[in-house]
Design a protein around this ligand. Structure first.
Ligand code: OAD
Length: 256
C-alpha cells in the first residue's frame, strides 16, 4: 500500500495538539493477524453468531462453547505482535503534552507496543473472573471434564474478563474516555466501524466539544460524515505516515 498523503493542516494540528485522544477498534490489530468483527468474509461476526458467543445468556446456555471460543482467541493473540500502527500510537503519546488511548480491543497489543495512558473499554482476554462475583482470578487449571474452570471461592464458572453484549462497560474506564473526549483538541478514530455504543458516541462527543476529528480507516464508516479528515489507508501505513508528517524532524522515521 502506498504511503497516504497527509494534509498539511492535519499534520500541523497533530503537532500542535495539547491533548490527543485516540479510540481504536479491531482494525488497528488486523495487520497483526487478529480478525476484525464486521468485515465481510474475514470478520468474526461473519462466521460466528455474537448472540451465541458474546452474551451472558450464551455463557449460561453453553459455558464450554463460550469458554473454548475465548480460549482460541487468547491463544491467537498470544502469538501475534503489535504492528506499525500500534507503535505509531505509542510514538504520538511520547510527543504530545496530554494523551489518552481508549481501545475496544481485548488483545493487549497497545500495551505491548508501549502505550501507557490506556483504557480497555471492553476488558482483556488476558484476564478471567468469577462469573458470579466478578473477582479477577490470577491462575486457574482447566478441569478434565472440558467445562470452564471454577472459582475456588464459590464454585461458579470462571469467564473471560471481557464486556459482552448486554453488559455495562467498566465504569472507571468509560468515565476516563468520556472525560478525554470532552477535553481533547484532536481525536483519532482508528480501525473501528463505530457501530457499538457507548464507544461509538465518544467521537461525536469530541466533535461537539470542538475537537478536530480524524478517521483512520481504509473504509467509509457511519462516522465518516462527521470526520474533519479521513486517512483512507490501513492503520499500519496511515499512522506512521501521520507521525512522519507531524514531526518530520523526528530522527526515527519508523514511528517507534
Ligand atoms: P469492526 O469489525 O466492527 O470494525 C473494524 C473496522 O476496522 C472496520 O471499519 C474496517 O473497515 C476497519 N479496518 C479493517 N482493516 C483495517 C486496517 N488494517 N486498518 C484500519 N482499519 C481497518 O470492529 P470494532 O469497531 O472494533 O465488541 O467493533 C467494536 C466492537 O464490536 C468490538 O469491541 C466487539 C464487537 O462486537 C464486543 O465483543 C462486545
Amino acid at each position: 500500500m502506498n504511503t497516504p498523503t497527509i494534509a498539511d493542516e492535519l499534520a500541523a494540528a497533530l503537532a500542535g495538539a495539547r491533548f490527543v485522544f485516540v479510540l481504536t477498534g479491531a482494525g488497528v490489530s488486523a495487520e497483526s493477524g487478529v480478525p476484525t468483527f464486521r468485515d465481510a468474509q474475514t470478520g468474526l461476526w461473519a462466521k460466528f453468531d455474537p448472540l451465541e458467543l458474546a452474551t451472558p445468556g450464551a455463557f449460561a446456555r453453553d459455558p464450554k462453547r463460550v469458554w473454548d471460543w475465548y480460549a482460541w482467541r487468547r491463544e491467537l493473540v498470544a502469538n501475534v505482535a503489535p504492528n506499525a500502527g500500534h507503535h505509531a500510537l505509542a510514538a504520538i503519546e511520547r510527543r504530545v503534552p496530554a494523551f489518552l488511548l481508549a481501545t475496544q480491543n481485548v488483545d493487549g497489543l497497545h500495551a505491548k507496543a508501549g502505550s501507557q495512558a490506556l483504557v480497555e473499554l471492553h476488558g482483556s482476554l488476558s484476564r478471567v473472573k468469577c462469573s458470579r462475583e466478578g473477582t479477577i482470578v490470577a491462575t486457574w487449571t482447566a478441569p478434565d471434564d472440558g467445562l470452564p474452570p471454577r472459582c475456588v471461592a464459590c464454585g461458579a464458572f470462571l469467564r473471560p474478563d471481557v464486556v459482552w453484549f448486554e453488559e455495562m462497560l467498566p465504569e472507571a474506564a468509560l468515565a476516563r474516555a468520556e472525560d478525554a473526549a470532552t477535553r481533547c483538541d484532536v481525536m483519532l478514530v482508528v480501525g473501528t466501524a463505530a457501530e457499538v455504543y457507548p464507544a461509538a458516541a465518544l467521537p461525536l462527543s469530541a466533535k461537539r466539544g470542538g475537537a478536530l476529528l480524524v478517521e483512520v480507516n481504509p473504509n467509509v464508516t457511519t462516522l465518516s460524515s462527521a470526520a474533519d479528515f479521513a486517512v483512507r489507508a490501513p492503520a499500519g501505513v496511515a499512522l506512521p505516515a501521520l507521525v512522519a508528517a507531524a514531526w518530520p524532524e523526528a530522527v526515527d522515521r519508523s514511528g517507534t
